[in-house]
Every structure is written in C-alpha cells, then in structure tokens.
Design a protein around this ligand. Structure first.
Ligand SMILES: *[C@@H]1O[C@H](CO)[C@@H](O)[C@H](O)[C@H]1NC(C)=O
Ligand SMILES: [Zn+2]
Length: 252
C-alpha cells in the first residue's frame, strides 16, 4: 500500500513536471504511417523517406551551427512569433524521426491518378494541409531517377552563388509536403522584383526573398524548410544567402 501511494505520487509529480506544449509540434502517441495503394512503390519510398530524414537531421544541426544560413532562410526571430528558432529546430527533429516516431498520422498514397492535386502534370507530390494524406503523383517516378540524395555528389557542387535549385533531392520534396501535413505550412506568394509577377515561393531565390520580406512568412513557408535543409546537407558555405547574388543573375 505504501509503495502504491508512493508510485501514484511519483506519477503525479512526473506528469506535473511535463510542461504542457500547446504547439502543433506535440506528438500524438497513437500516430501511425499508413500506406494506401502502394505495392512495388513502397520499398522505394521507404528509401526516399530515409533520405528525407537525413536531410532533416542535418537541418536540425545547422539551425545552431550556421546562423547566417539559418537567418537567410528564416530571418531574425520575430518578437512574439509562434514559430521560434527553437520551434524550427524541433520541427526538423520531428521530421528526422518520421518513421520511428511520427508525431501525427500520415497516409502515403500511391496510384493517385484520380486525385485532383496530382492533375497538374508537373506535380510530383502533393499533400492535404493538416493531413493526413501525402500523394505520390505519377511524375514522382520520373523525377526520382535523377533526384536521389545519395547520387548527388558533393564534388559536383556549384561555385559560390550557385543556385541550390539544381540539387533538389526527392526526399526534400517529401519534406516539403510533410511540413504541410504536420506544421500546416503554406506556399506563400511573392512579387518577383525583376518582373513584377506574383510567384509561388519555391526555390532558392524566392525563399531568400521571402525571408528578407517577412521572417514570419518564411517560417510558415514549406519551401523555406526544404531549401534550408538542402543547403545544410551539402556544404553550406557554397550557397548564396543573398537573393540578389545568385549565379544566373545577369549581373554576375
Ligand atoms: C498565393 O496565390 C494563389 C493564387 O492567387 C492563392 O490561391 C493562394 O491562396 C496564395 N497563397 C497564400 C499563402 O496566400
Ligand atoms: Zn506546397
């Protein structure tokens, strides 16, 4: 009796010591990964998810170790933001543990011909904001051939100011979608300063431009997570942190 009271007291103490985390970043204990309509695809996707996790692991490290790169993609932590620097690190850590400890259930769906999100021919992968679905579109399998992280050789990295956009691993595309599912990220828009056109914030330059315009929006934007992870994975010193200085710019 004495022991069970002590245990109960201990358990109460232990749960009281856990600081309630109101953020979305909290893990659901019953979260699972479900596969739907995937057969031969599953083994390949498992490998791609390993690459996604490797990218996320590097990004989580680089939040602290390469502050200049981090600020370039996420800006200076805004006062009273709900997405602090530490939140971003936690998000990457959560992605790096996707398979072993999913923080929220995800359904990975193959053979998505009839899914509207996969109708635009260029869509490689898509997701429902807030989940649970990640759709593997048909063009995924074409894109994947030249987009395996393990086949991207660091020695082939471009010189300074080279755009990261030539090095988009398929695992980073999965990461982009997973951030829509888990962290309710957006695909923000930005006005292209050169053309005046409104564009989605995808890719190296637009991610840097968005971070310069609004740190809060950058922290909400799916591709900023993707691009910072790619830059982190490869030798970060090669990558431009200045949207006005990327190779391919006419003035360079
Ligand atoms: C970006 O623009 C598109 C097209 O106008 C719009 O549908 C979408 O909601 C915009 N995204 C955000 C995050 O505002
Ligand atoms: Zn998106």
């Amino acid at each position: 009796m004495h022991i069970s009271i002590s245990l109960a007291a201990l358990i109460t103490l232990a749960s009281a010591a856990v600081i309630p985390d109101p953020e979305l970043d909290r893990r659901q204990e019953d979260a699972v990964i479900t596969w739907r309509d995937c057969t031969w695809e599953k083994g390949l996707l498992e490998a791609d998810l390993d690459e996604m996790q490797a990218l996320a692991r590097k990004a989580a490290e680089h939040v602290d170790t390469t502050p200049e790169l981090f600020r370039a993609f996420f800006g200076q932590e805004p006062p009273r933001t709900n997405i602090r620097d530490s939140t971003i690190k936690k998000r990457y850590t959560a992605v790096s543990n996707f398979k072993s400890k999913p923080k929220k259930s995800v359904t990975i769906r193959c053979n998505t011909d009839s899914i509207p999100a996969c109708k635009p021919a260029n869509h490689v992968v898509a997701a429902d904001k807030g989940g649970p679905n990640i759709y593997i579109c048909n063009s995924y399998w074409h894109t994947r051939k030249d987009a395996l992280l393990r086949k991207m050789s660091p020695s082939r990295h471009p010189l300074r100011y080279g755009p990261l956009d030539e090095y988009i691993p398929i695992g980073s595309q999965l990461m982009h979608e997973l951030t829509h599912v888990w962290f309710i990220t957006e695909d923000h828009n930005i006005t292209n300063p050169a053309s005046g056109q409104i564009e989605n914030v995808y890719g190296h330059r637009n991610s840097l431009l968005l971070a310069r315009e609004s740190a809060q929006k950058a922290r909400e934007n799916a591709d900023n997570y993707k691009m910072f992870a790619i830059a982190s994975y490869f030798d970060s010193s090669h990558w431009s942190v200045d949207p006005d200085r990327l190779s391919g710019d006419p003035e360079l």
